[in-house]
Design a protein. Structure first.
Length: 332
């Protein structure tokens, strides 16, 4: 069954030009034109959690480029030197250093996220864009719990994102009520079609915990953006799959057999990967293009029609995931 799309970069081109693009014209050109044509009347505030490397870092640079540097950037992560290098590479139209900020946070712990939200609230009075790309690729392991009793992989790929959104919603609403953009993007694996074990939402019973936690986090993010959108109609929520991207996270092999053959594996798979810079253009397009509600998008920014074969949960099932998430993250 082919996946059907509700919107795409090609559709944008057709609306603007009155005809379909020639096949020789790559969609990358379309999305870049769309991104650079975006010209807000205000100085946007963008928070990137996981923005010190990979896709997050590339998106920081892409947003700075399309705004000619007129954007308040906050990078949240664990590597200050990487964030400072990113800021140094961005051209500024302002000499105000307060528009480039780094906040350290180990987001595996919910208590740290509560402190993070207080720090951000002390810096800005609104948030226009919240981008979540934190996580890692180590799925060939057993369950590895944080001191709060949460699986570390599932924490980064899902629970921390749920908690961050909850804690920063007041700042997103402050942007929304003034007529400005208020948008959230979580980058992981939209519309993956992975089944959910509703009898083990915390992935505590699986014998192959790392793999199960890694795969379960994708549909959890799907449900998360729909449920948050229902409760916050003025904020746009997007879950997007970035595709295969050539980032440092691909080297995080925990399985001994993969480590043994890692040079060969790297050589093979990286030939088919997208550069972070190209991926970031599509991610930015998807972030800016959303108008209302929630979106599940592919690596080109195309939005899937919902419901579909790849995402179809009942109200009761979505509520079960929501209630579980609220309990684990202490968002009640």
């Amino acid at each position: 069954m082919p996946r059907r799309y509700a919107s795409s970069a090609i559709h944008i081109y057709e609306l603007e030009h009155g005809c379909a693009p020639k096949f020789s014209m790559p969609e990358l050109t379309v999305v870049r034109n769309f991104n650079t044509s975006w010209s807000p009347s205000y100085t946007p505030v963008a928070v990137f959690v996981g923005g010190t490397s990979g896709i997050g870092e590339a998106m920081v640079k892409a947003l700075a480029h399309c705004t000619s540097g007129r954007v308040h950037l906050i990078i949240v992560g664990r590597n200050r030197s990487a964030a400072e290098k990113t800021f140094a590479s961005i051209s500024n139209t302002t000499e105000d250093p307060s528009l480039r900020e780094f906040i350290y946070c180990d987001a595996t712990l919910m208590t740290n996220i509560e402190l993070l939200a207080k720090q951000i609230s002390g810096i800005v009075s609104k948030i226009n864009f919240l981008v979540l790309s934190l996580g890692y690729f180590q799925v060939w392991t057993g369950r590895n719990e944080t001191e709060e009793g949460i699986d570390r992989l599932l924490s980064l790929r899902y629970y921390s994102r749920f908690k961050i959104i909850h804690e920063l919603l007041p700042l997103l609403h402050k942007a929304e009520v003034t007529g400005e953009d208020a948008k959230v993007m979580t980058i992981l694996g939209a519309a993956s079609g992975v089944p959910v074990n509703f009898d083990d939402l915390g992935v505590k019973k699986s014998w192959w915990g790392g793999y199960r936690a890694g795969s379960a986090s994708a549909p959890y993010n799907d449900i998360m953006v729909e449920e948050y959108a229902k409760r916050n109609p003025g904020v746009v929520f997007t879950h997007i799959w970035p595709g295969a991207v050539n980032t440092a996270g691909v080297n995080s092999y925990n399985f001994w057999l993969l480590r043994l053959f890692s040079p060969l594996v790297d050589f093979i798979i990286r030939r088919f990967m997208t550069a972070p810079e190209e991926c970031a253009e599509h991610m930015l397009f998807a972030l800016l293009e959303g108008k209302e509600g929630f979106y599940l998008r592919d690596y080109k920014g195309n939005a899937y029609q919902i419901p579909s074969k790849w995402y179809s949960f009942s109200d009761e099932q979505r509520q079960a995931v929501w209630d579980h998430s609220v309990e684990v993250t202490r968002c009640g």
